[in-house]
Design a binder for this molecule. Structure first.
Ligand code: RIB
Length: 308
């Protein structure tokens, strides 16, 4: 039986501005281009898996507003099952994204309804988590809700994959980290959890090993265009990522996680799933936007063939 994926996480409206240069403090500049689309690390992970052909359910919160209803409609059009809670006293989450001239970005978030997702919401939406093979989590909803979801998953053997993005501040304690099966931070997030710099692939390999001791199964540390290192069930490895001309890296980490879970559902090894996810994420950086940049299965397969 093909396994399904449940995602517990954020739903945002992304307002993205593409800039030819970064403004100085106090300066007004014109944007080159602007885009409005659905986003949020939860939605992006969920759409990454769904666009590849995965069976995915999104559990999250929106406000009682047109933005939120639009996000749900778009998710359903992409083929995602939705188990969304409407928070009447909150607005749908928003992200204000600036993409700079070197495809780098800064993101400011208004959590809105995402910040009101609580453990009772998880209890009322536990069924898709219990039926799933994998549960995807990120750090844009309260950590209590993520921990409750991970515990629900663990009780029935669903594997939880937590991307601690944005970096938890203050850093999570051992009790929180121990609730998750697999951690998938980037270098900055791994550094924030371990309280040291993680700048090279060698640093990432060491961080993956140390993080693996803090959670149930192991850790993957993604390092953007440097590659990725992992330590999973006692097996360690690292690989470079495929070379691309990146124009927009927003959502690349989310694409990695959604694609990783999709590949695991297919029954492949951790290493093959990481290779597949690295190719999907690299490909996504060659296109604009978060959800709009996510590749199809045929596109990832073709890219993997081309890059050998
Ligand atoms: O990871 C990218 C995402 O971060 C964006 O879609 C934005 O909504 C923020 O949550």
């Amino acid at each position: 039986m093909i396994k399904s994926i449940a995602v517990v996480g954020s739903v945002n409206l992304d307002l993205t501005a593409y800039l030819d240069r970064w403004p100085e403090k106090g300066e007004t500049i014109k944007t080159r281009e602007t885009k409005i689309g659905i986003g949020g690390k939860g939605v992006n992970q969920c759409c990454a898996a769904a666009k590849l052909g995965g069976a995915v359910t999104m559990i999250g919160a929106i406000g009682d507003d047109e933005f939120g209803r639009g996000c749900v409609k778009t998710l359903e059009e992409i083929g995602v099952q939705t188990a969304i809670i409407v928070k009447n006293d909150h607005s749908t989450g928003m992200a204000f994204i600036d993409v700079g001239p070197e495809s780098d970005n800064i993101i400011r978030i208004a959590a809105g309804a995402n910040g009101a997702l609580d453990t009772s919401d998880i209890a009322s939406r536990s069924e898709p988590i219990e039926k799933a093979g994998y549960l995807l989590l990120q750090n844009e909803v309260p950590v209590e809700a993520s921990v409750a979801a991970a515990k629900t998953a663990h009780a029935v053997g669903t594997i939880s994959i937590m991307d601690p993005a944005p970096a938890p501040t203050p850093a999570w304690g051992r009790d929180v980290l121990a609730a998750f099966d697999i951690l998938t931070p980037n270098g900055g997030e791994a550094g924030a959890i371990l309280d040291r710099n993680v700048r090279t692939l060698e640093d990432a390999a060491k961080a993956a090993k140390d993080l693996a001791h803090l959670c149930r199964v192991g850790a993957i540390v993604t390092m953007g265009n440097l590659g990725v290192a992992w330590h999973l069930q006692g097996c360690a490895g690292e690989m470079e990522c495929p070379k691309v001309d990146a124009i927009d890296t927003v959502g690349a980490g989310d694409c990695f996680n959604g694609s990783f879970a999709f590949a695991l559902c297919d029954g492949v090894s951790y290493e093959k799933a990481i290779r597949f996810a690295s190719h999907a994420a690299s490909l996504s950086t060659t296109r604009q936007g978060a959800v709009s940049s996510l590749p199809s299965l045929d596109e990832v397969r073709e890219f993997m063939e081309k890059s050998g």
